[in-house]
Design a protein around this ligand. Structure first.
Ligand SMILES: C[S@@+](CC[C@H](N)C(=O)[O-])C[C@H]1O[C@@H](n2cnc3c(N)ncnc32)[C@H](O)[C@@H]1O
Length: 224
């Protein structure tokens, strides 16, 4: 493992290598053509870059300068902002606000409220927030056997290893191996939210659940 790591433990070099899979197409289909997108926690631009290619101007926000250094594009369609999401105030509103990467499942309930408030603060009256979360069924499967699971994202082998849980918060480590021998690991904690928790968190920020975007229910939209 080498290179810089974000405050929440994400290895920058890894995220610069990880390809998007189906996410940009899913997001593109859920918002109007050409809609401007506020990408909160954009990382190295894994979703930002393909969204720009799909015709969406993007304002990309992250609190890691190392991540943002990888986010590149013409100034006409890309703005990058180094900031914490929870205190962000761009004084403008977007038709689409993206909160990906399971940031919603933070174990910190107060932070979750502040992340959603930032989404609401930047949302146009007829806009939608697109959220990627870990649904309760995902936790129930993991809690049932606490087994490591290996998969692939592009050329990277990814192994999620559950370490412990208290019935609600899971402690886990994710390890990544690239074909050239590069290896990274990322320890994280993530909170199971019931559907009632989700609805309450959205309501606390003045938002309401609209619909799921995928069969696995990892993506959802919310509106005012
Ligand atoms: C798991 S990475 C994913 C990045 C990108 N969304 C993707 O799908 O590849 C999460 C990113 O969110 C950023 N992040 C986490 N919490 C944040 C916060 N409170 N404010 C700003 N950025 C944050 C991290 O720095 C990291 O770059």
């Amino acid at each position: 493992m080498d290179g810089a790591v974000t405050r929440d433990g994400c290895p920058v070099d890894l995220y610069a290598l990880l390809p998007a899979t189906g996410e940009p197409a899913l997001i593109h289909a859920a918002v109007p053509p050409g809609a401007e997108i506020l990408d909160l926690g954009c990382g190295a631009g894994r979703l930002t870059h393909p969204l720009i290619e799909l015709g969406h101007p993007v304002t990309a926000v992250d609190n890691s300068a190392g991540m943002l250094a990888h986010v590149r594009g013409p100034a006409a369609v890309l703005t990058t902002v180094l900031a914490d999401i929870e205190t962000l105030d761009l004084d403008r509103r977007f038709p689409a606000v993206l909160l990906a990467s399971h940031l919603l499942n933070t174990p910190d309930d107060r932070l979750r409220g502040r992340l959603l408030a930032a989404c609401r603060r930047h949302l146009a009256a007829d806009g939608r927030v697109l959220i990627q979360w870990l649904p309760p069924a995902w936790f129930d499967r993991v809690f049932a056997d606490m087994r490591a699971v290996t998969g692939r994202i592009g050329g990277i082998e990814v192994t999620d290893t559950p370490l412990s849980h208290d019935g609600t918060v899971l402690q886990a480590v994710c390890t990544y191996r690239a074909e050239d021998g590069g290896a990274w690991s990322h320890r994280f904690a993530t909170r199971r939210l019931s559907r009632a928790d989700l609805h309450a968190a959205l309501a606390g920020a003045g938002l309401r659940f609209e619909r799921h975007l995928d069969a696995g229910r990892h993506w959802l939209t919310a509106t005012v």
